[in-house]
Design a protein around this ligand. Structure first.
Ligand code: SF4
Length: 406
């Protein structure tokens, strides 16, 4: 089934390391943007119908001449930017627009009625934007998973990143979310921050475990060339810990999370049983998704496309009926195979090379065995039957190993 991604490009302040498609919150612009989003979502099935066979659609036809109307989807992910800046009624309106145009498991209802498989509806949330009452309203609007951008449990590190919440605000937001009825909460932490020691990182991991989320994502800070944080680092004399320390940070974090009962399921992600991100798994399991909003990327039936990035231009195009897509590419079978291999290898369970090979008409083992040999010898990659997977030390070498496929 499809995943639906909704991009909300507004933030209350801009962090000094951020290279995402976002801008400062503007009430009037947001109102026009949300109207455009709802319009774009409404057009999606017709757009997809031009590309997909009718068997891909749930046919909600009232007469035989009606076009297919509805694709099946089972996740909605609000990313940004800071989607939690929206009012819960605005989030509800977007979920309703998705319900109207896509078929979700067990029908369009997203409620917690007994025995139903709910769609997974995730809202990326910044701790400073929510209190208990707002979280209760998000839950009532149909959001059932929160992904908090915590990044650190230490105030000095948060300041360095230009984040506007405190560690205590992050802990309180998780408590508020539990009290509001959320039983699927994820926290993001960033690792290898300027001036961060291995000890300081360990304290962050312990802070995360103490907050007891259901899921966690641990990302390496990536500094893009002109990031203001680079200037701050030069001015303040903050440096990054050496590479060996970064490897140590990763290994220590995973060991602590293992001991706390989390299961690693992807290079950067761990979860309690049954709480892996259903939406993000689509990116790693050769899945398909439609993405709405400025700068959003979609993948469907071997075609990949990107919406125009600029928010004003996006609104203008949607409201005048112009195509919002600026880049569109039909992937070759070879590219689809390569994508399936290198994204799938990010998963702890790895990839079934027979299944992927059958899908793309290729003997994966025959084609890549020789190039992969050094990584087997180094203990970074293993083959178990038809499964190829990275070992944990291999996860630190993932870029080198995946380069074999592209
Ligand atoms: S809150 Fe997130 S999206 Fe917004 S500026 Fe900071 S890192 Fe970027």
């Amino acid at each position: 089934m499809l995943g639906l991604y909704i991009h909300i490009p507004f933030c209350s302040s801009i962090c000094n390391y951020c290279n995402f498609n976002r801008g400062l919150y503007d009430e009037a612009l947001k109102t026009r943007y949300l109207a455009a989003l709802v319009q774009e979502i409404g057009r999606a099935p017709a757009f997809a119908a031009e590309r997909l066979p009718p068997s891909r659609f749930a046919l909600r036809r009232t007469s035989r001449t009606d076009p297919p109307q509805s694709l099946r989807a089972d996740t909605i992910f609000f990313g940004g930017g800071t989607p939690s800046l929206l009012d819960p009624d605005e989030v509800r309106a977007i979920i309703d627009a998705c319900r109207a145009r896509f078929d979700f498991p067990a029908g369009p209802a997203l409620s917690e009625a007994a025995g139903r498989v709910e769609a997974e509806v995730t809202l990326e949330t910044n701790p400073e934007t929510v209190d208990r009452e707002k979280l209760e309203r998000f839950r009532a609007a149909g959001v059932n998973r929160l992904s908090f951008g915590v990044q650190s449990f230490q105030d000095d590190e948060l300041k360095r990143l230009g984040r506007i919440h405190s560690a205590e605000r992050a802990r309180a937001a998780v408590r508020d979310a539990r009290a509001a009825g959320f039983d699927n909460i994820s926290l993001d932490l960033m690792m290898w921050l300027p001036g961060q020691s291995v000890d300081a990182w360990r304290r962050n991991v312990d802070g995360l475990i103490a907050a007891s989320p259901d899921h966690a994502s641990l990302y390496l800070l990536e500094l893009y060339p002109n990031a203001p944080l680079k200037e701050d680092m030069a001015r303040a004399g903050w440096s990054l810990a050496p590479d060996e320390d970064a490897a140590d940070m990763y290994e220590q974090a995973m060991a602590r999370l293992d001991a706390a009962g989390y299961q690693q399921y992807e290079i950067s992600n761990v979860a309690r049983p049954g709480r892996a991100s259903r939406h993000n798994l689509k990116y790693w399991t050769d899945g398909e998704w439609l993405a709405f909003g400025c700068g959003a990327h979609s993948t469907l039936d071997g075609v990949r496309w990107k919406n125009v990035s600029n928010t004003e231009e996006y609104i203008a195009r949607v409201t005048t009926g112009l195509d919002v897509v600026t880049e569109r590419r039909v992937l070759s079978t070879k590219e689809r195979l390569e994508d399936a291999l290198f994204t799938g290898l990010r998963l702890v369970e790895g990839i079934d090379i027979e299944v992927v090979g059958a899908r793309y008409g290729c003997d994966v083992w025959e084609r890549y065995r020789e190039a992969l040999e050094p990584f087997f010898d180094g203990g970074w990659l293993v083959r178990e039957g038809a499964r190829l997977r990275l070992t944990r030390p291999g996860m630190l070498m993932a870029n080198e190993i995946m380069a074999v496929f592209v």
